[in-house]
Write a protein that binds this ligand. Structure first.
Ligand SMILES: C[S@@+](CC[C@H](N)C(=O)[O-])C[C@H]1O[C@@H](n2cnc3c(N)ncnc32)[C@H](O)[C@@H]1O
Length: 247
């Protein structure tokens, strides 16, 4: 299965491709209090909803980087429809190949794509804080352990315990990296349920509508495994947190 095509189908009805609700992200947008014309970078920007909202709210100039042609087609359409005067530029490239000028952004973001910046939460925080100007903001969202996972669950899911930490440990890691936490929030169970249910449901609907799709059997196998692992243990053991930090 083409991973970007699969993800585009699974997320075709999501506004954000992560378990934070639109309302919660809106609260965070309020808290950013960006100066007019601020520069914002979003690493793994997906459909660029956050950058478009930052441009609408603050007149921020956004730079989005992502490798999914599907999400970026959606992003470009959205930018054309909602930002007639522009304001968000999109780079369709691998984050590993994207060179941004250090200390050049008022806000550097990575929502749910921390693995792209080498080393999960801490790697993303270090990379983003190098891209934000001194005194600028870093916004990072990642999974965390709500309770200790069982080894056999992790093995079956193909995940390592040390890939994520607890919510408190994430905040402590940001402090240890020299940043000041300004805010931290987590997805509620409702938000997780909504995210996960929309994910499986979108692929189940796709399969019903496109039985001829040669990848449909594999896509169904994948989302049903995700559904069972979510209901079986991830819902209890894993959370998703968002952290607003000042450099
Ligand atoms: C979990 S999604 C998060 C998207 C977005 N930040 C959001 O919260 O809606 C992860 C994103 O990383 C992107 N991605 C995966 N590998 C990438 C790479 N090597 N370079 C750039 N983007 C990548 C995916 O296309 C996807 O949009």
């Amino acid at each position: 299965v083409d991973r970007f095509r699969f993800s585009a189908i699974a997320h075709r009805r999501h506004v954000y491709c992560n378990p934070l609700s639109v309302a919660k992200v809106e609260q965070i947008i309020d808290l950013l209090d960006l100066p007019a014309g601020a520069r914002a970078l979003d690493v793994g920007c997906g459909k660029a909803e956050l950058l478009v909202r930052l441009a609408e709210r603050y007149g921020a100039c956004g730079v989005g980087v992502d490798l999914s042609p599907h999400f970026l087609a959606d992003a470009r359409e959205k930018i054309a429809a909602r930002l007639p005067r522009g304001g968000v530029s999109i780079h369709e490239t691998d984050v590993a190949r994207f060179a941004a000028e250090p200390a050049s952004f008022d806000l550097a973001i990575n929502m749910g794509a921390t693995w792209l910046q080498g080393g999960g939460f801490s790697g993303a925080v270090a990379a983003l804080s190098g891209l934000a100007r001194p005194g600028g903001l870093v916004l990072v969202a990642d999974g965390y352990w709500k309770k200790e996972p069982y080894t056999w669950h992790l093995e079956a899911f193909g995940m390592k315990r040390e890939e994520i930490r607890s919510h408190a440990e994430n905040v402590a890691a940001a402090v240890a990296a020299g940043l000041t936490p300004l805010y931290a929030a987590v997805s509620s169970e409702d938000e997780w349920d909504h995210y996960e249910g929309m994910y499986w449901g979108s692929v189940e609907r796709w399969a019903r509508e496109h039985p001829e799709d040669p990848e449909v059997a594999e896509m169904l196998e994948r989302i049903r495994m995700m559904r069972d692992s979510y209901l079986g243990w991830r819902r209890e053991a894993m959370g998703f947190g968002i952290y607003l930090l000042r450099t």
